[in-house]
Design a protein around this ligand. Sequence first.
Ligand code: ZN
Length: 501
Amino acid sequence: MTSELLSYEDALASYDPVMGLEVHVELGTRTKMFCGCSTELGAEPNSQTCPTCLGLPGSLPVVNAIGVESAVKIGLALNCEIAEWCRFARKNYFYPDMPKNFQTSQYDEPIAFNGYLDVQLEDGEIFRVEIERAHMEEDTGKSTHVGGATGRIHGASHSLLDYNRAGIPLIEIVTKPIEGAGERAPEVAKAYVAELREVIKALNVSEARMDKGQMRCDVNLSLRPHGVEKFGTRSETKNVNSLRSVERAARFEIQRHAAVLSSGGTIVQETRHFHEDDGSTTSGRIKDNAEDYRYFPEPDLVPVAPARAWVEELRSGLPEMPRVRRNRLREEWGVSEHDMQSMLNAGAVDPIVATIEAGADAAGARKWWMGELARNANEQGVALDELPVTPAQVARVVALVSEGSLNDKLARQVIEGVLAGEGDPDAVVEKRGLKVVSDEGALGSAVDEAIASNAAIADKIRGGKVAAVGALVGAVMKTTRGQADAARVKELILERLGVEG
Ligand SMILES: [Zn+2]
């Protein structure tokens, strides 16, 4: 069933959106949250399980110290207070991919609470998103429904369960209601998740890859008529897994809610599924309230009481926060806010920094990562840092260009060779015979040849039409197979013809 939508402008003319964003981050710990099972991806189904994460009788959980440390670091980076003492809680419900019949989570005693994250919108404006809490919990297993057309349980002949993921540590980060963003609510949602992802990556507690499900966002949204205090009924769009989808989901829900409300209908409190193909959402299940889960303190785990001295030690060890770092780099590199944003969106900031550290100048490093390499990554549908080229190799290409051994065209072929697995830049240069022809004798005869076989053009240039020199430069580049320095070729031609450049 397709939903009726009101135009975005009409929706905002009557209603004020209120959002709540819940982000789950899978921590990059080596073992699970409450047992010693490996968290490595891609293993045989159910090979990374034990009595504890399978919920067998008599098994007892033990909390993962790195999991707690990561949670505290995330809390501190989000300007939260860190609980002096807190407990885990059981969230009781039945789901086939959850073998214990409860999820070990935190309820009224989260490890971190009352924080904020400042996010920068595209026009440079800063919007403060307040954080309600960040708490520790565990992931569920994974069900695969076989036999149906859509991969959903509906129409399937049987289902398979893999508990390798059950018990992998998660941090859930919940915002306070985000009010006052108006028409920019979808943009704020996207900017918040983007900034949060950068923070998580900077803390080195997770790779936070949304495409791999390591970070996913639930978008809660409600509308209220302008001037009304009370929040409207919310919908919760689950597991949105890209930045663009977060923005689209918020936008779609604003338009859908507005259509329902303005025609006199009521919004059902429910979860919804987001569809990547057309950006729509469809009804999931009627949302349960917290009391339905019968939360109670987990009796098998001791409370977590992070010592203040340890918390302060972690605070003083926090890395430079991404927004501060970006502003610093932007000034150092002398680039605009817009260019910095493009580099960020392309995932190029870290590779560029590493290339500069490997000896390249900033402009050279930017040029290759944002040009040739970004194009390659796009074509192959991979992230920049997944390309088979290292920052040191890119730095070497930049060096070969600046010392004059390669021109841009040859350098592109070198990059192509490196990506094709032909070895380091110097090896590719050697194997493919890519060197700028700088031998004046060889260049000189190529120039003489070009002038002789293009006499009419040469006459034009002698007669003052200097712009025509491009055709002769082109001819020389052709005979040298692109391996000449075009600027030097132009100088030589003009010299031979006795014309001032
Ligand atoms: Zn286990």
